[in-house]
Design a protein around this ligand. Sequence first.
Ligand code: SAH
Ligand code: SF4
Length: 371
Amino acid sequence: MKFTPAKPPLTGETLETLTARLVERGEPTFRARQILDWLYKKRARSWDEMTNLPKSLRAWLAETFELLPAALILGKKSLDVTDKLLLELGDRSLIETVIIRAPQEGVGLENSRKTICISTQVGCAMGCKFCASGLMGLKRDLDAGEIVAQLLQVCYREDAHDPRAHAGLATFDNIVVMGMGEPLANYEALILALTIVNAEWGLGVGARRITLSTSGLVPKILRLADEPLGFRLAISLHGATNEVREQIMPVNKAFPLEKLLPAIQTFSEKHGRMITLEFILIEDINDSFDQAEKLRDIAIDLHAHVNLIPYNTVEGLPWKRPSNNRLERFADVLRAARISVTLRREKGHDIDAACGQLRLKTEKDRELALA
Ligand code: SAH
Ligand code: SF4
């Protein structure tokens, strides 16, 4: 289930791999830095802009690499609290990348903090019952270049009104890997992409500003715990007992709570940092007092932050979000135990819900975009 592009994307190269390619061609090693500088700091969008490179080298680059493997086909002109960018890949697959702005008093929307939600797969194989990506099944993994390209597209969009662009910095603040796909099921490409995003020759985004969200692939969580870059981790728990979790997340059969929770513990101990438990609240599925109490106990044990996410309805699925009163009562059980908990209810402001909502709509959007 791999797509092999005619030319590998430049956004999938590291300083080392690019240097090796250039040296093989008889170029001096400093050329690799120059090229990456054009790509990530000066945001060149064509080979011709790379004016300090010899013409023959530019021609070779154009023959050898795709500069950016994801083209923007739809994005609103005005800035909104959440902006969805619809991107088309080399095989015409569509993915979405979301910009979520955190409005602050006295600060214009264009200067607010930005969190970017990126996708790691086209569709998803995990089959969570409440999720539109799950409904779609897995079409394919993204490669590292396609993951990185989403963030460059965001920079292109934001550079005009974000002064950080002049310093060659990324024009966003945080990254959440919560778009389409299960990030840890595409482990190698994801880590390579985030290494590029983090590198000083790349976009220079600190690992602490990057959060990976997983449905709970235990062996991969343990592997992530040993990565040199300390990314933040969020776990899609959504059920505080096996019985409830299994009903909505098939992954719980392979990795039930008695395996998942110790893996999270190991990760936290190695990182010395708080992890987040995400808990979508779905009416009559996991919003009972008993689930709240069990979630409270898990959060205490793991010393975790809890993010309660009111379910965003998905067309064609029967699930509903609980009433506000019920949401508050659920949250109160956690608050009473002094657990760090967030419950965001404003529509569209919710990072997780905004990402969780990307699903399926893309195919419809394409019809609209191309109509
Ligand atoms: N596959 C990973 C990351 C992508 S999903 C994971 O499951 O963690 C990102 C988040 O959106 C997850 O917590 C997921 O459970 C949530 N989500 C999916 N569908 C949603 C919906 N309809 N409403 C609210 N959140 C949803
Ligand atoms: Fe995949 Fe995450 Fe959706 Fe589950 S919630 S189907 S793991 S994208």
